[in-house]
Design a binder for this molecule. Structure first.
Ligand code: 1GP
Length: 240
């Protein structure tokens, strides 16, 4: 199992990077080429995953994406059934904001037998669910509560402990479709405390929100919903 660490090394030098999240369950595969053409030019990589994805859909989508793009494709799986060999890498997530052992270590152990059959670059990622003002799919699926946006010390210490444990990325997640993205103050405090790359996503729909995340210290912003419903982005772009 020798794998080039190309995605992580890219993340270690990335600045103002953008990852577009595609949920196979919500994506029209026939529309793949058009979808990719419309993405911002600074899109660094594609994330593929969702909370509930029917078996087989992830692999088919990635085969299709690879016909039209050379950008790295990184799995962002809701569970082990979404681990497929035709992606380039995998965010190996541990939900460190919660106390459900299944999502701290259980799913990861179950993933091993799948991963042994792939050459995916495995990227240890501390995944922190932050309150986005509505009930997220992550909260529903994992049965864990998000951290309050007021608990800055708790969030910073969780991210720092994760780096001490050897995690290679920190991902601050407000949840897909969050009403409120992670606040700038939190992003800045976490960025200040860690030396590994910081990913921020959930509820970021406008250019202004994206820029605010970069200004606060996000190395990579993850956007999904805004590109699933491009008209929503167009409408809100005026806010810029
Ligand atoms: C969800 O952070 C990602 O895991 C993206 O969220 O769909 O709200 O952009 P949105």
């Amino acid at each position: 199992h020798t794998v080039k660490k190309t995605i992580l090394s890219r993340l270690n030098v990335i600045k103002n990077g953008l990852a577009i999240l595609i949920d196979p369950d919500k994506f029209d595969i026939e529309n793949t080429a058009t979808f990719l053409r419309k993405l911002p030019s600074h899109t660094a990589m594609l994330f593929v995953g969702g909370s509930t994805v029917p078996y087989g859909m992830t692999k088919d989508l990635i085969d299709k994406l690879k016909l039209f793009t050379a950008k790295p494709i990184v799995l962002f799986p809701g569970d082990v059934s979404q681990i497929v060999p035709n992606a380039d890498g995998l965010l190996f997530l541990s939900l460190v904001s919660g106390r459900n052992p299944e999502y701290l270590i259980g799913q990861q152990i179950k993933a091993v037998q799948h991963l042994k059959q792939t050459e995916l670059e495995v990227i240890p990622t501390a995944y922190l669910l932050i309150d986005g003002g509505n009930i997220s799919a992550v909260e529903g699926v994992t049965g864990t509560s998000p951290m309050s946006q007021n608990d800055i010390t708790g969030i910073v210490d969780t991210a720092t402990a994760s780096e001490y444990l050897g995690m290679k990325l920190v991902y601050l997640e407000a949840g897909s479709g969050a009403l409120n993205p992670v606040r700038s103050e939190i992003i800045a405090a976490v960025k200040e405390a860690i030396s590994i790359p910081l990913l921020v996503g959930g509820g970021i729909r406008t250019e202004a929100q994206k820029q605010a995340a970069y200004d606060a210290g996000a190395d990579l912003v993850v956007m999904g919903t805004a590109f699933e419903y491009p008209s929503a982005l167009q409408d809100r772009k005026i806010v810029k």
